[in-house]
Design a protein around this ligand. Structure first.
Ligand code: ADE
Length: 419
């Protein structure tokens, strides 16, 4: 461990490798790079400390560099014990950022790092999952925070609960709610990286398997779509009747988890809620069934009961653990039931994080510029910002789209002409 005054990371000697990875990511994140060039000139974050608790990947590195180019002093921690890419942490630390993250952190490390990051008395909070926001509302209440951003569905659910209870102490922009975030990152990002995580951890053949996807929100849809595309027969479990109907009409089977448990070869949870796969469900599973999670926290598969009740466990290889159940059958869990796409793979590809992190960067600047006029509420990314990001992305892809003619615009605002 490299424990330095300004950073705590695995090994600063990994910086060279991290630099090359960052270069690769930057080449695939044209929207964020354009925003970096703009912010690099206007320096809206000058003199501000930015506390970021995100998955420390090469894409987050590109965002952190953007915040630094905008004039901010970056304090960065990892939002998940398994997701930090140590070479990226090293590269960013070697550039002068205050990085407190390494792969394989314990819960205590995690809380210590939050303490250090918040000890910098940050002005802005950029979070993924709302643990940093929760900390500024519980243990570290004396900080004067201008406002913050939040990346993910789970984080926004928590922040909305804080708003509802009237305890939220500063404005937060819900990056996840932008079209240019959830339609792409949640669906195509997790769709690809979730399946990538399963394959890297196991190298199983997806084709011919029965895959059970728990939850048919944007993440579940993306995962189901990609598994189906690779030849799996997909079963969806849901609690929401509209989503269940959508899953049926998209061509999947829908049933309860208790029934699906008997059918599945592979289970992927994507609900954001706890105990979606219970130990009772596991007892009904086939010998050899594999379970993985792509929801933010490691609560969706009941690991606590599984760890308690399993007769024997065996680590087969990295991120693949065997559990012998009380009925003698063996089931497998990937990446400890944590986000498999970030634990066993590298998270979403740069191209899609380009959109999410363009939103993060502009949301942070928005808070700095307009925070004083905002209440202590959860705000969406302004529509103009969302649309601008979509247009910039299309432009970077060399794609032009049509524009409404004057006549078409007028037609859309009238009600007199029908058939
Ligand atoms: N969340 C999902 N994929 C990610 C990535 N590549 N970087 C940061 N956060 C992520």
């Amino acid at each position: 461990m490299d424990d330095h005054m300004d950073y705590k990371i695995k090994d600063i000697k990994l910086a060279g490798q991290g630099e090359r990875q960052l270069e690769w990511a930057e080449a695939h994140m044209p929207t964020l790079m354009l925003i970096r060039r703009e912010l690099g000139m206007s320096k809206p974050l000058k003199g501000l400390r930015i506390a970021m608790l995100l998955h420390v990947t090469k894409e987050t590195g590109v965002l952190a560099r953007t915040m630094a180019a905008a004039g901010g002093e970056v304090y960065l921690g990892g939002s998940n014990p398994l997701s930090t890419q140590d070479d990226i942490a090293a590269a960013l630390a070697s550039e002068g950022m205050h990085v407190f993250a390494w792969k394989g952190q314990t819960d205590k490390d995690y809380n210590d790092n939050i303490k250090t990051i918040l000890g910098s008395k940050p002005d802005l909070i950029m979070d993924d999952g709302a643990d940093l926001h929760a900390a500024t509302h519980q243990k570290y209440k004396n900080l004067r925070i201008m406002g913050g951003t939040e990346e993910t569905t789970t984080g926004i659910t928590r922040l909305k609960a804080m708003e509802e209870e009237k305890v939220l102490r500063y404005p937060v922009i819900a990056v996840n709610n932008a079209y240019t975030k959830y339609l792409f990152d949640n669906r195509y990002g997790t769709g690809q990286s979730g399946v990538d995580g399963v394959i890297r951890a196991t190298n199983i053949m997806i084709s011919g398997k029965v895959a059970v996807v728990a939850g048919y929100g944007w993440v579940g849809r993306g995962v189901a779509m990609r598994l189906h595309g690779m030849g799996a027969r997909v079963i969806v479990t849901e609690v929401n009747p509209f989503r269940a109907l959508e899953a049926i009409m998209d061509g999947y089977g829908v049933m309860t988890m208790a029934d699906a448990a008997k059918e599945g070869d592979l289970f992927i949870t994507a609900t954001g809620d706890m105990n979606v796969v219970t130990y009772d469900n596991m007892l009904r599973m086939k010998d050899g069934a594999i379970m993985a999670n792509v929801g933010h926290f490691d609560v969706e598969i009941d690991m606590r009961t599984l760890n308690k009740k399993a007769k024997r466990t065996k680590q087969i290889r990295d991120h693949l653990k065997e559990f012998e159940l009380s009925n003698g059958r063996k089931v497998y869990v990937l990446a400890e039931g944590r986000l498999v796409n970030l634990g066993a793979a590298e998270g979403h590809p740069s191209e899609v994080m380009d959109l999410s992190f363009a939103n993060q960067a502009l949301a942070a600047v928005n808070i700095v510029k307009n925070g004083k006029s905002l209440g202590n509420k959860v705000y969406n990314v302004p529509e103009e910002t969302d649309e601008r990001i979509a247009k910039l992305k299309l432009k970077s892809m060399g794609i032009s789209i049509d524009a409404l003619t004057k006549e078409q615009k007028e037609y859309m605002t009238q009600w007199r002409y029908g058939t």
